[in-house]
Structures are given as structure tokens and as C-alpha cells.
Write a protein that binds this ligand. Structure first.
Ligand code: GLC
Length: 497
């Protein structure tokens, strides 16, 4: 136990911690009981979600979207939810404006962290409390940078002492992806319970043990558990030190226990699975943010009307001919398989117009720029929120030839916007794209993608068949409520276990 306003641990004689706080706060244990029907009662369960990015304040990918929608859905179920992320200098304002500083202290010394204060900003929105923790190394423009492993390990070791000295207490910590993994290692040392969610197993935050061990501030006896081929692996820290591991679709939960998708961590994941500690929970979609009937970036779109008008508008915007439009909105990384699409373009452009929005791998960008000379290919580099919405609404089909896809959100948005996804059969794409709506293919090759697009084009020519698929897709329910209930159930099991 650390004393004097740092962190007080509450470990009950039964070994059943309740929560930590600036004071001894544990009472009768009523808080950790359920009524047997799976519902929490009494005081609301207090959960701290931890992630590197949270929409709309910071975003590079789907993780930020999950961190925006899941907390709101949990609050609707009656949980008390706080979301912690870095106070990036480039933080965007939310509805309630910029965070106000609520705490300032000095860093727990470590590594080469530049001198300066640790600051915590706060704002509350839609019943969720957002905390932004800044260390001096986050005080610079942009988001991710080459020294992220060091930054996040040093950031992660500040989290519990800082919250402790702010007098905040939580029943459960819920970390997301590698950047939060190390916090869960510290949480385990402190006797706190936690859940860890893998959004993408590929990014692990590995670094050589000698340096990373110092940055992390972890006690020596915990290091063997986070060691990975001689390195320190923060993703592994989350996997081994949490009480329960979840990932963002049931199919991905299975896939990551195999060598093909396990990124070297399949052994660790198999062990967690064998103990019943690995669950796949399909992400939902923020159906208010992605509502085609009221989306200001597009022409009003409902299952009854508006699709043709949006397609016509997109066709006009890009000067495309009468062939159907296939689009992709994506980061250009190998995971997303856009190279498979590029490889398929000679064949695909015979039957489709193709529009790609996104940036990333310079080689892929160059290839797409080259292809954009073709009358049926358009490429827009970068990210453009308005255009993304117009592509979802105005395309006929949407390509996701992902090599792996933990969940994926674009396929859900497409279906809701009347655009049929053409997806590789992997991860969340399997769990969210029904055969009656989209087109699925198995092999990660341009030929397989091409073949699926050939079938899709034949179906497009058969108007009633296509229409039936569009209507079925728009009728699917992707709201977060069902997913949030599953998370709440995992939390309950962890707290009672
Ligand atoms: C990552 C995954 C993506 C998933 C998202 C949110 O970006 O690559 O499949 O949808 O996290 O969980």
C-alpha cells in the first residue's frame, strides 16, 4: 500500500477487493452483488475505460468510435462510466468545448520523460465523464509518433497514482489495445480487477526489455509475464494481467487463438480461452451519428427513397459513367487488403466504377494515383468526413478485402446506407455481413475478390434481387445496446468471480 495521498489499496480479508480510492471506502459488500438475474443493483457499477483515442476528441481509427459509443450505451444501462485517454495537444473540442484542468501534479520519475507537470482535464458529455491525462511527452502536435512505446509506458505508470491522488475510485478498469495494456499490469499489482479488449492484435507496442522495463516502472517480478521473445510486450501485459479478455467479434476471438491470426500470442490466448476468459463481443454502430435519414452530408435516405438520388449525386460529383459504383473508405495498410483491390482493377473496371478514399502506405497511394488516370477509377487521398458519408450513401457496393478484420465498422455503415458490402470472410465481417445482404469471399487474393465482384455485378443487373438485398441490409440492427449488455455481463462476472 502506498500512503499519503498516492494510492490506497483495498484488499479485503476474503481477497475480494472492492475499489480503490483516496480513502478507505469499502462498506458491506452490497456493491458487489447482483440480484441473481444478472442485473446490478444498488449503487451503479463504476467503470474506468482507458484508451489512446476517443472520438470526437482524437481519432485515427475504429477504436476511437468504439470509445465514443460504448460508454454512452453503458451509461444507458445504468453504469457509472469514466473514459480516460491522453490529453493530446491536438485534442479536438467536443460538444461541451475543451476540457478544463481539474488536477495538476508532478510525474512519477522514470526513464527520460521530459520534466513538466502531469495534468488532468475533464469534461462531461451525455452522462459520461471524460478525463484527459497529460504527461509532458504528449504536449506536442499530432497524434502517434515513433516514441509511442516510451510515451505510453510512462503515461501508463502515471494513471493509478494520479487518479488515486485525485481521490477517484472505480470498481473495474477496462483497458483497450496495447497502449492501455501496461495500466492493467499496474492494476494487477495494486489488486484491482480489469477487463482488456483487443481491437487489433497486430499492434503490440513491443520494445527491448532493458529500456521498456525502466519506462514501465513495473516491479521486476512482473516482467517475466510480459516478456515476449526478449522484448517487453504491452499487449501481452493486457492479455495476461486482466481478469477477462474480450475482442470485438466472436469470429476474431476464435481466429486469434490460431497461428494464422494470433500474431505470436496465440498460446497466451489459447490459455485464456481454455479458462473461459476470452469472449468475442461484436461492436455496435453509433446509429445516431450514422443515420442516413438525417445525415446532413447526404441527400435524405430511407429504405423507401433517396438511394438513386445519392448515387446520381456521387456519379455527377466524380464524373462517372453508368456502371455501378464500388467504393472503399479505409486506411491503406496491409490489413485492409487494398492491394488485392488494386490487383483486381484490370478486371473489375470492366464492370464497375471504383472510388477509393484513404491514405497510408506510400506504395499503395502511388498505385492508386496511377490508376486514377483510368476513366472508371477515382482516388482521394487523406480523410474527408463529408466525402466518406457521400461514398457510403452514393455507392452501390463497398469493398472490404481485409486480410484480417477484428470487427470493422464500414461494412455496417454501408449496409445502413443501402450499399452492399463485398467482404473477405474474416473476423467481424463474417459476424456482421449476412449472405442475404453482402457478397463474401474466402481467399485473400485478387482473383477471389474479382470473382465475388463478378457475382455482385450480375446481381446488380437483376434489379429486384439487388433491391431485396439493399432493403435487408438497411433493416439490420447494429445498435450498441446489445453489445453494451454483453460488456456489462462480463464486468459483473469479473467483479463476482
Ligand atoms: C480496429 C480494428 C477494426 C475494429 C476497430 C474497433 O481498428 O482493425 O476491425 O472495428 O478496431 O474495434
Amino acid at each position: 500500500m502506498w500512503k499519503h495521498g498516492i494510492l490506497y489499496l483495498v484488499i479485503l480479508p476474503s481477497g475480494h477487493w472492492s475499489r480503490w480510492s483516496g480513502e478507505w471506502e469499502y462498506s458491506s459488500g452490497a456493491r458487489a452483488k447482483s440480484n441473481g438475474g444478472g442485473r446490478w443493483y444498488g449503487e451503479a457499477m463504476q467503470v474506468l475505460l482507458i484508451a489512446s483515442e476517443v472520438f470526437p476528441y482524437s481519432r485515427t481509427g475504429g477504436l476511437a468510435d468504439v470509445m465514443a459509443a460504448l460508454p454512452v450505451a453503458l451509461v444507458r444501462l445504468g453504469l457509472d462510466v469514466t473514459v480516460l485517454s491522453p490529453w493530446w495537444q491536438s485534442l479536438q473540442d467536443g460538444l461541451q468545448g475543451a476540457p478544463r484542468e481539474v488536477w495538476r501534479g508532478s510525474v512519477a520519475r522514470s526513464g527520460r520523460m521530459v520534466p513538466g507537470p502531469v495534468r488532468v482535464g475533464q469534461l462531461d458529455e451525455a452522462g459520461v465523464k471524460y478525463l484527459f491525462l497529460s504527461t509532458p511527452d504528449f504536449d506536442r502536435p499530432g497524434l502517434y509518433a515513433p516514441d509511442d512505446v516510451q510515451r505510453f509506458l510512462e503515461w501508463g505508470r502515471q494513471v493509478l497514482p494520479t487518479l488515486g491522488s485525485m481521490g477517484l475510485s472505480f470498481d473495474l478498469l477496462h483497458g483497450h489495445d496495447w497502449a492501455a495494456g501496461i495500466v492493467l499490469a499496474h492494476a494487477r499489482v495494486a489488486g484491482l480487477r480489469s477487463v482488456y479488449t483487443v481491437h487489433n492484435l497486430q499492434y503490440q507496442g513491443r520494445w527491448n526489455m532493458a529500456e521498456a522495463a525502466i519506462w514501465s516502472g513495473l516491479p521486476a517480478e512482473t516482467l517475466p509475464a510480459v516478456e515476449f521473445y526478449g522484448d517487453l510486450n504491452p499487449m501481452k501485459a493486457g492479455l495476461v494481467f486482466s481478469n477477462h479478455v474480450t475482442t470485438v467479434s466472436p469470429t476474431y476471438a476464435h481466429e486469434i487463438t490460431t497461428p494464422e491470426y494470433g500474431e505470436g500470442l496465440q498460446g497466451v490466448l489459447q490459455e485464456r480461452l481454455a479458462r473461459g476468459d476470452l469472449t468475442g463481443i461484436l461492436n455496435g454502430l453509433d446509429v445516431e451519428r450514422w443515420n442516413p435519414a438525417s445525415d446532413p452530408d447526404i441527400l435524405p435516405l430511407t429504405p423507401q427513397y433517396g438511394k438513386a438520388a445519392n448515387v446520381a449525386a456521387l456519379r455527377a460529383e466524380f464524373g462517372l459513367d453508368a456502371a455501378p459504383i464500388l467504393s472503399a473508405v479505409t486506411r491503406l495498410v496491409s490489413q485492409k487488403g487494398i492491394d488485392l483491390l488494386v490487383g483486381a482493377l484490370p478486371e473489375v473496371t470492366q464492370a464497375w466504377n471504383v472510388v477509393v478514399l484513404g491514405s497510408g502506405d506510400p506504395l499503395l497511394e502511388a498505385a492508386l494515383k496511377g490508376w486514377a488516370q483510368h476513366p472508371r477509377v477515382r482516388y482521394v487521398s487523406g480523410m474527408n468526413e463529408g466525402l466518406a458519408h457521400r461514398l457510403y450513401a452514393g455507392s452501390d457496393a463497398f469493398a472490404m478485402p481485409s486480410r484480417f478484420e477484428p470487427c470493422g465498422l464500414s461494412q455496417m455503415i454501408s449496409m445502413r446506407y443501402g450499399t452492399l458490402p463485398v467482404v473477405r470472410e474474416t473476423g467481424g465481417l463474417v459476424d456482421s455481413v449476412p449472405h442475404e445482404v453482402g457478397f463474401r469471399f474466402a481467399g485473400a487474393t485478387s482473383g477471389d475478390l474479382s470473382a465475388a465482384l463478378k457475382l455482385a455485378r450480375a446481381e446488380w443487373d437483376d434489379k429486384p434481387g439487388w433491391q431485396a438485398r439493399v432493403r435487408a441490409g438497411m433493416a439490420l440492427d447494429f445498435s450498441w445496446e446489445a453489445s453494451a449488455r454483453q460488456y456489462a455481463e462480463v464486468y459483473r462476472r469479473v467483479l463476482e468471480g
